[in-house]
Design a protein around this ligand. Structure first.
Ligand code: GUN
Ligand code: FE
Length: 477
């Protein structure tokens, strides 16, 4: 609740900055200061001697009172165990399914939708229930470091507006979609074509013209081909092109689903061709799953410059299959990570990254080691890959001048957290070494990359101590 009429403050963040500018590359910049004004990175000084001086050098008109210095290093004498990392980007999350997290039994996609998913989505038409769920999911995803999330709500437009409003208050960068489905749904959870289209238009208008928050974006959300008539897809396509809006849907998740789509749309060459023919494949389209694509379909995804949301926890849980991420990346297709709550049982993109790592090893056991994704590659998918999928690679995903300051502060040395760094594994100062003489017999020390790997495999929300979106502190422990 800071006074609105004050001069905007320059924020300067000091410490170690870790990011993944290229697939497979881990960039570690120590003793670095990053200046932020109006949420945007204005300067980056590596090996900074004095962050305050960096600010005054950046703008000679500033006085020290105009600057706020943020230093997360705290007790970290090594400069290794705490660092800033780009906020995670969750490219696929059904916020409305969150009450069902962990509840899926042995179901697979199509029976899971009927048995668990449509009932919970329908229940969220109650505004009190909906509000409670949105609050919980936004707080949970923020505390797990997700600064940007693409949400599917339900078919209900009123509660979708509420979701947009709550996101705006809580300060997460979001894409908010009213789910469209006018075909093959249960009688209690379906809409007609006209209502589906009109309520989508209403939500887009509300977000763009009434809410007017640059962090809240509309996204057109045809659930998946079986839920949508040809007419609905064509009309949504027209809206998307006229109003330049993102699109999200599901593609090729489950073999029975693929077969069903072929039966429902005999005029189309394959599943991908349904979306292509009815105009939904753009450079701002997020395609969740893409597990069973043929070579020809992957080529269309590539040509239309769509992004793929890889949701490995969901894919393993519903036994949908193993997405060939390396195969997609090798073709130059953009890939990010999604939690796919609640088919995915975690709101954490770090957990999704770990599952992406594991699934890639399962593929490697059947194919070759080329399928393996490394830790830096999984972290790339969690940040920069997601930025590409959202067509926001110029403003999100890494630390660069001109990009948004969407960031999480990571502390790997939190007592009681699941990441265990023994004191003798960390580099120590000479004086400490003197005192310890003979005690530790030169034990192997951790490198920076080792510490990041330890965070990747064992970290959770206890290690994400602060989160900023566009320079605004939106979560802290
Ligand atoms: N396909 C159609 N709807 C859904 C959904 O809600 N979740 C997943 N994982 N796949 C879908
Ligand atoms: Fe999904």
């Amino acid at each position: 609740n800071q006074a609105k009429n004050k001069q905007p403050q320059l924020l300067v963040f000091f410490g170690t900055f870790v990011d993944t500018p290229k697939l497979g590359e881990l960039r570690i910049r120590e003793r670095t200061s990053i200046g932020v004004l109006d949420g945007i990175i204005k300067f980056i000084n590596v090996n900074s001697l004095d962050p305050l001086k960096d600010c005054l050098d950046y703008d000679a008109g500033l006085s020290p009172e105009d600057v706020t210095v943020i230093n997360i290093m705290g007790e970290d004498k090594t400069g290794l165990s705490s660092f800033y990392f780009p906020g995670f980007i969750d490219t696929h999350n059904h916020v409305s399914q969150y009450p069902n997290v962990g509840i899926f039994g042995n179901s697979t996609l199509l029976d899971w939708l009927e048995k668990y998913t449509f009932p919970i989505e329908a229940a969220l038409a109650n505004e009190d229930i909906a509000r409670e769920v949105y609050d919980a999911v936004i707080c949970k995803t923020l505390s797990n470091g997700s600064t940007t999330v693409a949400y599917y709500n339900t078919i209900d437009f009123k509660s979708t507006k509420l979701l947009a409003q709550i996101s705006s208050v809580l300060g997460q960068r979001v894409f908010v979609g009213k789910v469209c489905m006018d075909a093959n749904g249960p009688a209690y959870y379906i809409e007609d074509t006209k209502t589906s289209l009109e309520s989508t238009v209403e939500v887009v208008k509300y977000i763009r013209e009434t809410l007017c928050d640059s962090l809240v974006n509309p996204i057109v959300t045809p659930r998946f081909a079986p839920s949508c008539s040809r007419e609905l897809m064509q009309k949504l396509s027209k809206l998307v092109k006229e109003e330049d809006i993102h699109v999200q849907t599901h593609l090729s998740e489950n073999k029975k689903e693929v077969q069903w789509v072929q039966e429902l749309f005999p005029e189309c060459a394959n599943y991908t061709d349904v979306y292509d023919k009815y105009g939904l494949l753009t450079e701002k389209t997020i395609l969740a799953h893409c597990i069973h694509l043929t070579d020809a379909e992957a080529q269309v995804v590539k040509q239309r410059r769509c992004g793929v949301s890889h949701c490995p926890i969901s894919n393993s849980s519903l036994t949908s299959g193993e997405c060939r991420v390396r195969w997609l990346l090798d073709q130059g297709i953009k890939v990010g990570l999604g939690t796919d709550v609640s088919a995915g049982h975690s709101c954490s993109i770090l957990a999704s990254g770990r599952q992406a790592f594991t699934v890639s090893r399962h593929l490697a056991m059947k194919e070759t080691d080329h399928a393996k994704l490394s830790v830096p590659e999984c972290l790339y998918l969690a940040t920069m890959g997601g930025a590409q999928v959202l067509h926001k690679e110029d403003s999100l995903g890494t630390f660069e001048v001109g990009k948004q300051f969407d960031v999480q502060a990571i502390d790997t040395n939190v007592p009681g957290s699941n990441v265990h760094l023994f004191r003798w594994q960390l580099p120590r100062q000479e004086k400490e070494k003197e005192q310890e003489k003979g005690l530790y017999k030169n034990p192997p020390l951790l490198t920076k990359e080792d510490i990041i790997a330890k965070w990747f495999f064992n970290g959770d929300d206890r290690n994400t101590t602060k989160v900023w979106v566009a320079g605004r502190l939106v979560h802290q422990i």
